[in-house]
Design a binder for this molecule. Structure first.
Ligand SMILES: [Zn+2]
Length: 227
């Protein structure tokens, strides 16, 4: 049983790499479940945001990659949604709406702006709903939150809501950043570096591009200076 999806995400840097143009692949570079979920939109901070969660199948695929639930339960939910597509579509709509709430909250914080009251209210409601499906379970002298075995497509986003609320009320919220890419990448991340100066969603992606740009700018300055 997966007690805490976050521990399973650690070290799982990227499910598939360099797939920014694909709607079928998901990246895990944010170091935090709820932020990885906001990164299921590409160019989130631009006028041409691009959706990766287009279908219920995409959502199920993301939940598998993010390991937000046990494979057996995911399989049962996948079977269930085949005959309850309306319920599944509604769950996906709610997940995408929650994702935008989480994005706006942490994007604002990363730029030292207070989050909006309506967004905090929406996250409160989502977290309350999710928490109804958790209970405390002992493991020796330890006690963990565990999720009930709900055959419910909303189960795919519940852990995201709880994680977002936990992050928002922890000291780590000040370490949330938004990719500094000037094209509007908009991916969020938790800066776990010692220096606390992470700027890019990924060094392989936006970071690499910025480095190449700096390199070209320096080379052209040198050329100018030699004239
Ligand atoms: Zn980026």
């Amino acid at each position: 049983m997966i007690r805490n999806p976050l521990t399973f995400l650690k070290g799982l840097q990227q499910y598939t790499e360099g797939m920014k143009d694909s709607t079928m692949a998901f990246a895990f570079v944010a170091e935090r479940l709820c932020l990885d979920f906001t990164n299921t939109v590409d160019w989130h901070a631009s006028e041409h945001a691009s959706e990766r969660l287009n279908t219920v199948a995409d959502f199920l695929k993301w939940s598998e990659a993010a390991q937000v639930l046990e494979p057996q339960l995911r399989h049962r939910i996948a079977q269930h949604v085949q005959t309850h597509s309306d319920q599944a579509e509604l769950a996906l709509d709610r997940a995408r709406a929650l994702r935008e709430v989480i994005y706006r909250i942490f994007s604002a914080l990363s730029h030292n702006h207070p989050p909006g009251a309506a967004d905090l209210e929406a996250l409160t409601r989502a977290r309350l709903e999710a928490a109804q499906h958790q209970h405390l379970q002992p493991d020796g002298t330890e006690v963990h939150w565990v999720w009930e075995e709900a055959i419910n497509p909303n189960r795919l986003w519940w852990p995201v809501a709880v994680d977002a609320a936990d992050l928002l009320t922890s000291d780590l919220r000040t370490r949330v950043g938004e990719c500094a890419d000037d094209r509007g990448c908009g991916w969020l991340f938790l800066d776990t570096s010692k220096s606390g100066r992470r700027r890019w969603c990924s060094m392989k992606d936006c970071g690499n591009r910025a480095k190449a740009q700096r390199h070209r700018a320096t080379a052209s300055t040198h050329r100018e200076a030699r004239r």
